[in-house]
Design a protein around this ligand. Sequence first.
Ligand code: SER
Length: 609
Amino acid sequence: MLNSVDILRMTTHELREKFLHFFATKGHAIIPSASLIPEHDPTVLFTTAGMHPLVPYLLGESHPKGKRIADVQKCIRTTDIDEVGDQWHLTFFEMLGNWSLGDYFKKEAIEWSWEFLTDSRWLGIDPERLAVSIFEGDKNAPRDDEAEGYWLNAGVPKKRIFTYPKEKNWWGPAGETGPCGPDTEMFYDTKRPHDPSCGKECHPNCDCGRWAEIWNDVFMQFNKQADGAFVPLKQKNVDTGMGLERVVAVLAGKTTVFETDAFQSTIDAITGLLPRSLAQPSANPSIRIIADHIRAAVFIMGDDLGVLPSNVDQGYVVRRLIRRAVRHGHTLGIGREFTKVVASAVIGHFASSYPELERNADRVLKEIDTEEIKFRATLERGSKALERILAGKNAVNGNDAFELYTTYGFPFELTQEIAEEKGMSVDETGYKSAFAAHQELSRSGAQKKFKGGLADHTEKIVRMHTATHLLHQALRMVLGAEVYQKGSNITEERLRFDFSCPRRLTSEELARVEKIVNAKITEDMPVSWEEMAVEEAKQKGAIGIFTERYGEKVKVYRIGDPSIGSGQVFSQEICGGPHVDHTALVGHFSIAKEEAVSAGVRRIKAIVT
Ligand code: SER
């Protein structure tokens, strides 16, 4: 059992402050967390580690704050989404890190890690409870004797230094290519009761539960190329990572991150909504899932580059997080809308460390509520249909899953989750082929429809006109809702779209815009219009130029239909038309050029094929 004098009671806030303060005394500049949406790496959806936003500087670009940096980076790891609910997995977490950008290397990194962990002015951990690991060497890089030497100098006995292969003691690249290198990890002996069968063989990477990794120092010496080659980096860097919530929990002798202060007010908010009290809320998997998912959704939406729930990329992750939270709320018997209440608790707890949450709070609360309302309706309709479909069966076939999706807006993953809970499987291949067959049908229907031709507009121009609406909305998603149309011109050859934006778009942003537009085309959303008063259009959130030249009534074109499919309206825009009937008719969209028109106005030229 844990000896009470060994317990280090610290809040996440205290550890954050201590860490940054320590590295400031070692000449590090403290920088704020970068966005959760990676700006430099189109190969991943989210920032998954502290190194991510710093990649250009790790590759040699000079950082405006110098060569020594420390930070607390917001991270999202979605590979773990299905494991959330256990003791340690989190979708969103904070990672403490210190960085040398071509400055100090192994010696200082190791000495300072040791000092921070063991010195009584900092964490004051008993050295007897620590062990470290180093890289054992392979064909790409030698055994890390150098790191071992510094640990020995610091006073770590040889029997507490363990060697492991690449799977354990190598880090990066964060995407498919980029900086990487051997690492050295620090472990804390929790002295928790563990599976004794490992006996003398027990070691820091043993799965028995005794050892907890608390810090990782990566020595970045290589740049992994697309062809798999490891090329030595021009500058050697240090990247360290300490998972904030995990370390606070481990040092306090807790057995789960959900028992730290980071989750206190969120879990209180959830339990306040429950129909009956629970003995140990932080041990309940549904409560953990709601707390984790709403926290992650709030951080993604509340980022300054934040994304809203949608059916693509990051937006889809947000949608899944909210939907899973709503389902677990349902399981717990919360009979009314609740995500907004939990989200407010998250914002309240974190706003002082992450002011962007406060700045974007209105948007976050409104969107989370809207998404919940929509999903509750879906859940109700779809659940009944699913019950009917499941009755008397032991598996869900592809056509049923597809019908649940098209008719009731029940996403495939949801059908799968519910079926799995009932011990049934869902035929994913069958679902995919039903989906593909549907798309084929839409395409051939499109060709027929265009035969008659449209009064003043050629087929190509109409297709590009709808593409313009998709583009407009995609730009707002990628760049922010302040982006609006400044002009548009369509010829047989291309569409041209001018919009407000003070700077050049990065190639990643352009790629994301293109991807969103094409995803909406593939989703084959219905396009419809309705006439309404200007005031009503505004109220409904339609975009477009609200000027006097519109009469009393305006036509609002809508892409997506709230009553069918995913229930999502992607775009609403004041416009005279005409447009295609559904988005699959647009064809493939590609951006040909992005350029300046005048100060604050950019232009995109694009084609559809
Ligand atoms: N990049 C390393 C990690 O994520 C150290 O920061 O563990």
